[in-house]
Design a protein around this ligand. Structure first.
Ligand code: ZN
Length: 59
């Protein structure tokens, strides 16, 4: 598969190039990802919540 679709993380533009034609920043592959940054953030918040609940329970 050639010509991976890339996405600029700065301005959100899609391109086929390693650099964003709009703002010149590096792009990352916009193809299928195992997890999104949103999922990672949700996982982080879940862990924070678990820590919070654990702290209250152990008191
Ligand atoms: Zn850009």
């Amino acid at each position: 598969m050639k010509g991976s679709i890339m996405k600029c993380r700065t301005c959100g533009s899609y391109t086929l190039h390693a650099k964003c034609p709009g703002c010149g920043n590096e792009t990352s592959i916009a193809g299928p990802m195992k997890y999104s940054t949103t999922d990672r953030f949700q996982g982080f918040r879940l862990r924070e919540l678990e820590k919070d609940l654990d702290g209250k329970n152990s008191d």
